[in-house]
Design a protein around this ligand. Sequence first.
Ligand code: PEP
Length: 255
Amino acid sequence: MSRKLIIAANWKMNKGPSETGDFLKTFLAKIAPLTSNCEVVVAPPFVSLPIASELLANSNVELAAQNVSQFDSGAYTGEVNVVMLKELYVRHVILGHSERRSIYGETDAVINGKIKKAREANLRPIFCIGETLEEREAGKLEEVLRRQVRGGLDGVSEKDLLDCVLAYEPVWAIGTGVTASPEQAQEAHAFVRSLLAELYGKTVSEKIRIQYGGSVKAGNAAELMGQPDIDGALVGGASLEPQSFLDLIQNGVAG
Ligand code: PEP
């Protein structure tokens, strides 16, 4: 089964509109040749979505948001809904990121609500899962991944799952400079795919792309993305400079 790579930049709380504009002008001048073998996605902060949307129109780079509300509209101070994102031609939304889980207390049930709301509006979730170091060392890797996958996808139809990407991001590897070894990452990805097979059947599970996230950079991208069940990357730190993100994509595509 060949799955097209998908590499996404998660800028987190970095780059307001002017920095976003500067980054994208440089990036777009060089990215085109790499996009035939790889879907490339950029997720700026909410306030930078309008300028990003304008600059990415008619390009091969897709726009993502870093979060969305599980509610429709109304008295939810500080929140942004799916309709607002659609108006800006946002295509993907990162959901379940470990920072949303640990800092903002998002539970599997909340994430499940967001995934369903995103799909109602035809937004494509990038659904993040992953264990903490404590959980891994306690031998709970599979238990945690099973709970997150089952909880996040509860009631999500096969049709909607096919428009989701999963991102396996071991929490201990995010922003730490410590990367899971290609073998550790492959093992977790194969397990996640087996969970999808349990829920949706083997044929569907083999169509779903699973990104790896956690200190991916140009130097390790080829080896990670060369693994059979790793179908791309979700990238924080190494996506903040155009050239470092371009090098990472180039090496990932070669992997
Ligand atoms: C992330 O935020 O999803 C991430 C993987 O960050 P970093 O690449 O900096 O580890």
